[in-house]
Design a protein around this ligand. Structure first.
Ligand SMILES: Cc1cc2nc3c(=O)[nH]c(=O)nc-3n(C[C@H](O)[C@H](O)[C@H](O)COP(=O)(O)OP(=O)(O)OC[C@H]3O[C@@H](n4cnc5c(N)ncnc54)[C@H](O)[C@@H]3O)c2cc1C
Length: 414
């Protein structure tokens, strides 16, 4: 490969903050909310021009369960607050009446605590809430680089319409979904072993109704029984064969290669177009209303943190747990998530949240969905409100704050 040397140049330091949240998906929203509520000056930088990431721009509008499938709520705090907010004006489908309006244990076992929401209203509402909390949102802003001195990020370098500039930071929470900041800062990272399969969701109108089309692979909770063979696989063909809605080809992509990502989107658009046209032939009213406008990436790159959680650690007690997650794919399993999965020893003022936390490939498939992303986002934001050397943070103080906000930390609390 031919190379050039980029010329050194002086950059203006255009802003500063206590907590810089990179990426405004579910994890970034939760992190920014928690850090701002903790009294910090927070900036939220988002490459696109709306909040919500995969959950809104990707049209992944199914808020997966907060419960273990056996009638017990496992996930609380901001994750539940966001679920309620997402259906503030009504659910698109699956309103969790048994959980929100009072239902029997049997009804809560029958219908897990999950819902389908409107992505546009949700994106607007979280924006209002963050703005009210004093969070400074910079849209259309890519975090392009970090400046690291003495194991700490001192500045992030951003690019937007104004050009390239630097922001001085006390701490950074990487919520980019692809651990971009961890990678840029030289923190250890890992790629997912099996890449991503094509998907591109869209809403369509037909006969006067508007519906969600989970085009490509979808994360669908099996209705009653757990899907077969889930335990043996993580994001493999087999796994999704058990629960797939529709497969649209064998191409797999890493999620961290620019050209490959574009190819995945072009391929999905072509297949989506064919899908729409084939349906439109039989039903003239079948037309797309909106489609995902960011690539649908499940697992790409993550931090290799101080601890890496595995799916075999079901109900294992961790002293430094910052919250719980269930397994959206099956009933029963509950996991404590250690604070150590959010940081590495190498960059002391950096946290990862959402899709970026430190898990094995098998566990990643559990922690990458909306509820656990909100749990780790809340924990990261709360931690950043308490200090900026996360390798030496007072974890008991963090846990006390999380508990005060309703988060359950250990499996014996459910
Ligand atoms: C096909 C598919 C189906 C799914 N189905 C479901 C489902 O039914 N239910 C469910 O709960 N979950 C589902 N998920 C998973 C879930 O939607 C996401 O994993 C989760 O929402 C991720 O949240 P996040 O905040 O970690 O990351 P993301 O939502 O990916 O947010 C990351 C944000 O960071 C921004 N960003 C990225 N890089 C930069 C940068 N360098 N600078 C600035 N901004 C940046 C992005 O624009 C984005 O807004 C699905 C995922 C896929 C791919």
């Amino acid at each position: 490969m031919r190379e050039i040397i980029e010329r050194e140049r002086r950059l203006p330091v255009t802003d500063s903050c206590d907590v810089l949240v990179a990426g405004g998906g579910i994890a970034g929203i939760a992190a920014a909310m928690a850090a701002a509520r903790g009294g910090k000056k927070v900036m939220l930088l988002e490459r696109e021009f709306a909040l919500g990431g995969m959950a809104t721009l990707g049209l992944v509008t199914i808020y997966l369960p907060l419960c273990d499938g056996e009638g017990n709520q496992v996930i609380y705090g901001i994750a539940e607050e966001l679920l309620k907010l997402s259906i503030e004006h009504g659910a698109e489908a699956n309103y969790p009446a048994a959980w929100l309006d009072g239902g029997s244990r049997e009804e809560r076992i029958e219908k897990r605590y999950m819902t389908q929401f409107n992505p546009h209203l949700f994106a607007m509402r979280v924006e209002q809430i963050l703005t009210d909390l004093g969070v400074k949102i910079l849209f259309g802003t890519l975090v392009a680089q970090t400046v690291v001195e003495d194991d700490r990020i001192t500045h992030v370098i951003v690019e937007n319409k104004s050009g390239r500039s630097a922001i001085a930071v006390e701490s950074v929470i990487d919520c980019t979904g692809d651990a971009d900041i961890c990678h840029q800062a030289g923190a250890p990272t890992e790629l997912h072993g099996n890449g991503n399969a094509l998907a591109g969701w869209y809403y369509y109108q037909s006969n006067g109704g508007v519906h969600l089309k989970m085009f490509g692979l979808a994360d669908v909770v099996p209705d009653k029984e757990e899907a077969p063979k889930l335990a043996e696989t993580a994001d493999t063909g087999d796994h999704y064969k058990a629960i797939k809605v529709e497969s649209i080809g064998n191409f797999r992509f890493s999620g961290v290669d620019g050209a490959e990502l574009s190819k995945s989107v072009v391929d999905v658009h072509a297949k989506m177009y064919d899908d729409i046209m084939s349906r439109h032939k039989d039903d003239e009213s079948y037309l797309p209303v909106t489609m995902s406008t960011i690539p649908l990436v499940r697992m790409s790159r993550r931090i290799a943190g101080a601890y890496t959680l595995d799916d075999s650690e079901e109900r294992v007690h961790f002293e430094d747990s910052i919250g719980l997650t269930c397994d959206w794919r099956k009933r029963g399993p509950v996991y404590e998530m250690p604070f150590r999965t959010l940081y590495c020893k190498e960059i002391k003022n950096l946290l990862a949240a959402g899709r970026d936390i430190s898990t094995t490939d098998r566990m990643w498939d559990i922690t990458r969905v909306i509820p656990p992303c909100a749990v780790t986002g809340e924990a990261a934001g709360t931690a950043a409100a308490l200090g900026s050397d996360f390798t030496a943070l007072d974890v008991a103080a963090l846990q006390q704050k999380l508990r005060a906000n309703g988060v359950r930390l250990h499996t014996d609390e459910i």
